[in-house]
Design a protein around this ligand. Structure first.
Ligand SMILES: Cc1ncc(C[n+]2csc(CCOP(=O)(O)OP(=O)(O)O)c2C)c(N)n1
Ligand SMILES: [Mg+2]
Length: 592
């Protein structure tokens, strides 16, 4: 039997489970693992500048491609605690990442050793498994189980904590005969699918709510097929955005309190039946449940049994992987179509489309300082359907969801539930590592950008080019807007007179200089007509220098973005689009 250190066995298993790259930074307690990676030589390592950054890079890597599992590695103590935000964000959005930490030697765990923290206990609620491996011979099993759990059921993160002496101990392990464990995924039965389809058929105005579970199951093609077979309009959730292309005739818009379209909310309110697939009725999607559910029948399909009924009791629940359910949904729908049993939805589909063509928000403003809506209009012009957008939270992200267009699954990569500021830059870098051939465009507000700005150096060092659109209002904009309810503007200002950059006129941080200092390229625009040319220039710079390129757009300080408390109570702050020229990049032309 081959003998090797437990760390060598761990690295061998990573490779056998398909891992080709990791994100992290070393420290003394994880050096044996780094030594094993060096001996192996088959895993590339991206050196983060902050361990939290490594965890979000791993998330970006996992979210970019079906089957990817991002791995982040850090030492004992603060490295593990820094990565907790990545574990939270991954678990909240059902994303598998593996976090590996070093630890003090086993015999010293209870002695308050230097940088010894019980990270497995701390990470417990954020992971599917968090384990400090105390026996070297358990290391292979711990890793095997980690991959099994990450891939089974509702995907999510795992943490494995390796004491220093455990990493170094020699064990017997045979990589040649190692086998990944099969992943468990529940599948709907035909009877369940028939029943759900009967309920759909009995409805007059049905919609499908398409969640991120469809993306996790790599089943967007099946969703489109099923929607077309039954002629059912689709409302994607924020995590499901891209499952149906934005220019599809059955795309009914997104619904919710913030990241939503006016026509999406109107269609949900007008419908009488909702088939939710791989979604979890997030509160920012539903708003008040009384409004959301009134007069409607619900079928909920989810891979995780305890999700059924968690937020409200559906009329019927099915426990199934979204892909398995959609395979049967399409199969049975095809049979029913052949038998002439599919209801005619022409009028309802036309009504949904009419709402889409008439209920648009205005994007075309010529104001200086620039209004944010204009930025997304210019982005729609500059970036094609192949673009992968990455964003986190803030007015910038909310407006992006209202105005940008997404055409493919995994092309809207967003920390949907956790929304940790600082996520965007490292996540975008992880996406670049996963898919170097697709254009990546990150979008941040100024505060999100400043949170983990140091990670830009990682993009410069490892030649991970992408375009980072930075919309600068010198405000914690979303919180400023929500403070209107308290009649205050308190602790939300990012503006100050920068003694080194008086030309910024009080907008504070000189992002261009910081980005350049970190080895990136950066442009700044202040007028709407400059945005398009700057985005084109950014593409050229990115191709020439192979580093991240920041395009900073100086915005007007205060622009409130549409949001509300209920689907029927979303407040609009700007004039709505009345003519085609008001929303020139809207997918469905505004009726004149
Ligand atoms: C770690 C963390 N702390 C606080 C928040 C709450 N929060 C959400 S958005 C936001 C302000 C974001 O400002 P910016 O990135 O400039 O975007 P803007 O809203 O101005 O577009 C804050 C503080 C958060 N999401 N994450
Ligand atoms: Mg801001």
């Amino acid at each position: 039997m081959p003998r090797m250190t437990a760390a060598d066995a761990a690295v061998a298993i990573l490779r056998l489970e398909g891992v080709r790259c990791v994100f992290g930074l070393p420290g003394a307690a994880i050096n044996p693992f780094y030594a094993a990676m060096r001996r192996d030589g088959g895993i590339t390592h991206t050196l983060a500048r902050h361990v939290e950054g490594a965890s979000h890079m791993a998330e970006g890597y996992s979210r970019a491609r079906s089957g990817n599992i991002g791995v982040c590695v850090g030492t004992s103590g603060p490295a593990g605690t820094d990565m907790l935000t990545g574990l939270y964000s991954a678990s909240a959005d059902s994303v598998p990442i593996l976090c590996i930490t070093g630890q003090a030697p086993v015999a010293r765990l209870h002695k308050e050793d230097f940088q010894a923290v019980d990270i497995a206990a701390v990470a417990g609620p954020l992971t599917k498994m968090a384990m400090t491996v105390l026996e070297p011979a358990q290391v292979p099993g711990a890793f095997q189980q980690a991959f099994h759990l990450m891939r089974s059921g509702r995907p999510g993160p795992v943490l494995i904590d390796l004491p220093f002496d455990v990493q170094l101990a020699e064990i017997d392990f045979d990589p040649d005969t190692y086998q990944p464990l099969p992943a468990f995924k529940p599948a709907a039965s035909r009877a369940q699918i028939e029943k759900a389809l009967d309920m759909l058929a009995a409805a007059e105005r049905p919609i499908i709510v398409a969640g991120g579970g469809i993306i996790n199951a790599d089943a967007a093609g099946l969703l489109v097929e099923f929607a077309e077979l039954t002629d059912t309009p689709v409302v994607p959730t924020l995590m499901g955005w891209g499952t149906l292309p934005d220019d599809h005739r059955l795309m009914a818009g997104m619904a919710g309190l913030q990241t939503a379209h006016r026509y999406g909310n109107a269609t949900v309110l007008a419908c009488d039946f909702v088939l939710g697939i791989g979604n979890r009725w997030a509160n920012r999607h539903t708003g008040g449940l009384a409004t959301y559910t009134a007069g409607r029948t619900f079928v909920h399909v989810d891979i995780e049994p305890t999700q059924i009924g968690r937020v409200f009791a559906p009329d019927y629940g099915i426990v199934s992987d979204a892909g398995a359910a959609l395979r049967l949904f399409t199969e049975v729908a095809r049979e029913r179509k052949a038998a002439g049993l599919i209801a005619d939805r022409t009028t309802w589909v036309a009504e949904c489309r009419e709402r889409r063509a008439t209920m648009q928000r205005r994007t075309h403003f010529d104001n200086v300082p620039i209004k944010p809506q204009r930025v997304y209009e210019e982005m729609n012009r500059a970036f094609g359907p192949e673009t992968r957008y990455v964003s986190t939270i803030g007015l910038s992200q909310i407006a992006a969801a209202q105005f940008l267009h997404v055409y493919r699954p995994r092309h809207w990569i967003n920390a949907g539930q956790a929304g940790p500021l600082g996520w965007t830059t490292p996540a975008a870098l992880g996406v670049c590592v996963a898919d170097p051939d697709t254009p990546v465009v990150a979008l941040s507000g100024d505060y999100d950008f400043q949170f983990m700005i140091e990670e830009l150096a990682v993009g410069a060092q490892f030649n991970l080019p992408y375009i980072h659109v930075l919309v600068n209002n010198a405000y914690l904009g979303l919180i400023r807007q929500s403070q209107r309810g308290f009649d205050m503007d308190y602790c939300v200002q990012l503006s100050f007179d920068n003694v080194n950059a008086p030309e910024l006129g009080g907008y504070g941080v000189d992002h261009v200089k910081v980005a350049e200092g970190l080895g990136c390229k950066a442009l700044r625009v202040t007028e709407p007509g400059e945005i398009g040319p700057a985005l084109e220039e950014a593409k050229k710079l990115m191709a020439e220098y192979r580093v991240p390129v920041v395009v900073e757009v100086i915005l007007e300080r205060v622009t409130n973005i549409s949001m509300g408390t209920e689907l029927d109570n979303v407040v609009e702050f700007e004039d709505l689009a009345a003519r085609r020229e008001d929303a020139p990049t809207a997918v469905v032309a505004l009726l004149d």
